[in-house]
Design a protein around this ligand. Structure first.
Ligand SMILES: [Zn+2]
Length: 336
């Protein structure tokens, strides 16, 4: 227990709390910047079991803020879940760490047994709404966190008691921006992860979480706190009286299809929608290769593929037959 002595001295945790942490299982979805920061704090705090899932591999562009990874991981293109596990085990060999290489999917349902808490380390809302339904269905609290530029936010979701992410849909700004197109700085990541992990520790030792959505901008030194306890909706399809968990059915995800003989994957959103090509073009212009457009579509090169995006939200990802890769590119540059 010596290694946890300072944390045990912190009265709200104490020896009893530390024992609870040592017998807890935290599931981290995403091993990007947020997932790395949360995972390191949780491992050092002595969370008995940590599972971390991620679909990506370590890239040089990750090293600026994804604190678990080294140049060696990038050279080897190691899956993030594996690299994270390796480094976490070196920080604390007395806990159990599991790294899962894969995408969020219905298979996650089989991994929820014994999970005490879920941490959001993702970078897109499609995954977050999936986590939300999963958490509601299996009655597992989860801590949402999001970060772009120097701005971040966090809110804790406690099933049955408070509102879920679905209830908060109108409260949370989600304009489709992601870190890959607008940038992000490490201090903002650390701040969000700190709020998430503090809430995680609080819940694991006391069963309680805060009822506020906190957001801040570390560059401008602004912050705001909104009480969300009254925003739970009885008609919510994820946490209301007759839940249907819409995001757990694959029908609500992005639909992918490999186009025959064209080395191309088509992605289409489930719901019909009209997107603003001009705002997407303005956002993408600084970060992608040559960008062409006409009134019906925009076309650009990125990550070794050619993306053609139509006004109805459909996209062709030319240069790959890998649906997961095409989907990841779609989510990263266009948004879910
Ligand atoms: Zn809800």
């Amino acid at each position: 227990m010596e290694r946890y002595s300072r944390q045990v001295l912190f009265a709200p945790i104490g020896e009893e709390g530390q024992k609870k942490l040592l017998s807890s299982h935290v599931f981290i979805v995403g091993a990007g910047a947020l997932g790395c920061a949360s995972a390191e704090m949780l491992a050092r705090a002595g969370i008995g079991k940590i599972t971390i899932i991620d679909r990506d591999y370590v890239d040089w562009s990750n090293l600026g803020r994804q604190q678990l990874y080294t140049e060696e991981d990038a050279k080897l293109k190691l899956p993030k879940a594996i690299a994270a596990k390796n480094h976490l085990e070196r920080m604390n060999s007395s806990i159990s760490v599991e790294g899962v290489v894969g995408d969020f999917s219905i298979e996650l349902e089989g991994m929820m047994n014994g999970v005490d808490l879920i941490i959001d380390g993702t970078d897109n809302f499609e995954t977050r709404f999936f986590i939300n339904d999963l958490a509601m269905k299996y009655n597992i609290p989860w801590i949402h966190g999001a970060v772009v530029r120097s701005y971040g936010m966090s809110v804790s979701i406690l099933p049955k008691k408070g509102p879920c992410l679905h209830c908060l849909l109108e409260t949370i700004p989600s304009d489709g921006m992601t870190c890959d197109t607008v940038g992000v700085i490490s201090p903002a990541v650390q701040m969000v992860a700190s709020f998430q992990v503090a809430e995680a520790l609080k819940y694991l030792v006391s069963g309680e979480v805060s009822e506020q959505l906190v957001s801040f901008d570390v560059w401008k030194r602004e912050h705001s706190i909104v009480n969300v306890s009254s925003l739970k909706k009885s008609s919510c399809p994820s946490c209301g009286e007759n839940p249907t968990y819409p995001y757990l059915s694959m029908e609500n995800g992005l639909k992918t299809a490999v186009l025959c003989g064209r080395n191309t994957v088509q992605i289409r959103p489930q719901q019909k929608q009209e997107i603003s090509l001009s705002s997407i073009r303005n956002r993408l212009k600084p970060v992608v290769g040559e960008l062409k457009e006409n009134p019906y579509l925009i076309s650009f090169q990125v990550d070794g593929v050619q993306v053609v995006l139509f006004k109805d939200g459909r996209a062709f990802i030319h240069g790959t037959k890998e649906e997961e890769r095409a989907k990841a590119i779609y989510q990263r540059y266009i948004g879910a």
